[in-house]
Design a protein around this ligand. Structure first.
Ligand code: THG
Length: 263
């Protein structure tokens, strides 16, 4: 499982304050904690902070790059911010994200190829998040086709099936699972499949339980990457265990320790 730590996001009060105060060490601590907990890459999102999104993004990237060589997942909906931030990065980069709209894919896929970045593409179009499996599969097909057309290696593509909170959209988790299964069969070689996992439990009471149960089900369906809370140890352990049960990791009695020592 490719784990992208979600915590460097201006949505968290601590991060928002650190950005406003230009407190590098606060950001660096959150980066290190996530990596030590097993994250493979770090999502960076400026969130609802005032000021220039580009300046804030570049400052956060600089802070993180001082303490790690891990891939940076640049999380912004603005193409110009993405383009500038990508060029300012020296670590490997992941573009997060583009939508399943042809004109957008025609800009983002070549940007990924030119900069040697990986690309996250959401199954969202001008009409929003699809209600069912079929909508997600159709948008996934658009993404995969465009990626092939522009020469992006499937190993560098992450199709995001877009999960929204279960308390407001109870049919969505099952639709995500169905879409991963179908898209996996549809393409050879398949792309990677990713989710912003914590979205499933936003504003719910049992966040950790919901995230944990869902991650196990998604891994069963074929999910191999997630933007998630790497600081939730039990969640991480459940994800690793699900992979052991599917033989994606080898079993040994100390499989958790073995997994972490490979980081
Ligand atoms: N897909 C992709 N990228 C994404 C998402 C996605 N990036 C953003 C988001 N979704 C994933 N990251 C988060 C980060 C934090 C939370 C949820 C998803 C979260 N935050 C607390 C909350 O809203 O309750 C913040 C409050 C707090 O604790 O301070 O849950 O789907 N490609």
């Amino acid at each position: 499982m490719f784990v992208i730590g979600e915590r460097i996001n201006g949505m968290f009060v601590k991060v928002k304050k650190a950005i406003e105060a230009r407190d590098k060490s606060a950001i660096q601590k959150i980066a290190r904690r996530q990596l030590d907990a097993g994250a493979d890459a770090l999502d960076i999102n400026v969130g609802p902070v005032r000021g220039s999104a580009l300046d804030n993004m570049c400052w956060m990237i600089e802070a993180v790059e001082e303490v790690t060589d891990a891939p940076i997942c640049i999380d912004t909906p603005k193409f110009d911010v993405m383009n500038e931030a990508l060029h300012a990065c020296s670590n490997p980069t992941i573009i997060n994200s583009t939508k399943a709209i042809e004109e957008e894919l025609d800009r983002y896929v070549p940007l990924a190829v030119e900069t040697g970045s990986q690309l996250v593409a959401l199954t969202i179009d001008k009409t929003g998040v699809p209600k069912d499996v079929d909508g997600r599969v159709a948008m996934g097909a658009t993404i995969i086709t465009k990626a092939m057309e522009h020469g992006l290696d499937m190993r560098d593509l992450y199709v995001d099936l877009v999960i929204i909170p279960v308390n407001v959209a109870p049919k969505q988790p099952a639709a995500v699972l169905g879409a991963i299964g179908q898209l996996k069969m549809f393409s050879d070689p398949p792309p990677n499949f990713i989710l912003g996992l914590s979205n499933v439990s936003q504003s719910c009471k049992e966040r950790s339980l919901l995230n944990s149960a869902f991650v196990a089900m998604c891994i069963g369906a074929g999910l191999n990457a997630a933007i998630m809370d790497a600081l939730d140890h039990e969640l991480m352990e459940i994800a690793i265990t699900a992979e052991v049960l599917l033989q994606k990791q080898l079993y040994c009695d100390d499989y958790i320790a073995a997994y972490m020592s490979n980081k």
